[in-house]
Design a protein around this ligand. Structure first.
Ligand SMILES: C[S@@+](CC[C@H](N)C(=O)[O-])C[C@H]1O[C@@H](n2cnc3c(N)ncnc32)[C@H](O)[C@@H]1O
Length: 346
């Protein structure tokens, strides 16, 4: 696989590499370096990236590595957490981090962030709308500020968030509306928190007595959910999954989801629609999918066609909460007139 401009620039800027390198969130670069004879350790937050790593790449277990090549996303918080972790593990030994991204995702705040954990930080010249940040001189006193803990009054729960996790250590307003609307359970159900992020939905479901499975494609999200549950003395089954793909057919009574409204850097809602549509496979007949999403997103027809009858259970200026019953025989191919006339709630 040819390297894209970001990986190419990272490689060129890194100069001559030692045999062992650590590659973060860039499977193509990791695979390329293995092909040309390096001993490559890799860490990928997104499970889909991890699954693309070739056999010769070894998973990074946290050991000190002198040269680290990383792909920057938009989340400064995950860079902050990574930088502090690398600096602490270096413990005074030399370390050169070369982190690249598309120009449109890089901000001066990233240099400041790296400066908290490294003494020398500078940006490369841009090339093909890409740029690299160099950080070296890991600080012995680098402070790890992640994961962050906070108490969420609305829910009476502690949330724990690693860097880059959606909404950080806070309750997202869409999730708040969803959790406020969810009825109290009358029985313990097999429940899934789909795309769990920091795990507040999983925690609410577990506290209500359900048998909970929480999945997310991001390792940071799974780690956060694990920590959120532990902080509240709760328990659930957790694993990384691309949507519901790792879940068996007809294995759940309830799925609760605040879906991603974009994939990576793009604002494409198609992947989220596919993820929600798959609920028709994973729910038992009569099981329910509860979702919250931005009011302008066109999910209602998909829910009605792929899962079953869907009601708008709550709505405010920004979000819609939908309740969908899995009913294969009642799936609609076309929208009934006036199907979505939701009630506004504050
Ligand atoms: C809007 S956030 C919701 C997080 C959390 N449930 C909450 O309410 O705060 C969406 C989550 O979807 C996850 N995600 C994105 N793509 C995914 C995929 N293909 N499969 C599973 N999770 C995904 C993201 O990592 C993120 O945690």
């Amino acid at each position: 696989m040819p390297l894209d401009p970001v990986s190419r620039l990272v490689l060129d800027e890194a100069g001559s590499l030692p045999t062992r390198v650590l590659v973060v969130d860039d499977p193509d670069l990791a695979n390329h370096l293995v092909d040309v004879g390096h001993d490559v350790l890799a860490s990928c937050d997104d499970q889909r990236d991890q699954q693309r790593l070739s056999e010769g790449v070894r998973e990074w277990g946290g050991a000190y590595v002198e040269v680290v090549l990383a792909r920057l996303g938009k989340a400064i918080a995950s860079l902050d957490e990574l930088a502090a972790e690398l600096a602490q593990r270096a413990n005074g030994r030399p370390l050169h981090l070369v982190a690249g991204g598309r120009d449109k995702h890089l901000t001066p705040a990233m240099n400041l962030t790296l400066g908290r954990s490294f003494t020398d930080v500078h940006a490369s010249r841009g090339r093909q709308k890409s740029r690299v940040l160099h950080a070296s001189g890991p600080r012995r006193d680098a402070e790890q500020r992640w994961p962050k803990h906070a108490y969420v009054d609305d829910l009476g729960l502690t949330v724990v968030a690693h860097g880059g996790v959606f909404a950080g250590p806070r309750l997202d307003p869409g999730t708040r509306l969803l959790l406020r609307t969810l009825p109290s359970p009358t029985a313990a159900l097999d429940a899934i928190d789909l795309a769990c992020g920091s795990g507040l939905i999983a925690a609410v479901l577990a506290r209500a007595g359900h048998r909970v499975t929480a999945v997310d494609v991001s390792a940071a999200a799974i780690a956060s959910t694990r920590a959120t549950l532990a902080a509240n003395g709760l328990d659930a089954t957790l694993f990384r999954s691309d949507g519901l793909t790792a879940l068996a057919d007809a294995s759940a009574d309830l799925i609760v989801c605040n879906p991603p409204f974009h994939l990576g850097a793009s604002k494409d809602s198609t992947p989220a629609m596919g993820m929600l549509a798959d609920a028709g496979r994973v729910l038992r007949a009569g099981g329910e999918l509860w979702c919250v999403y931005n009011a302008h997103l066109p999910y209602l027809p998909t829910l009605r066609a792929a899962v079953g009858p869907t009601l708008v259970a709550a709505r405010n200026r920004d979000f819609i909460v939908t309740r969908t019953r899995n009913a294969p025989g009642e799936r609609l191919r076309t929208e009934p007139p006036g199907a979505a006339v939701p009630k506004l709630v504050r």
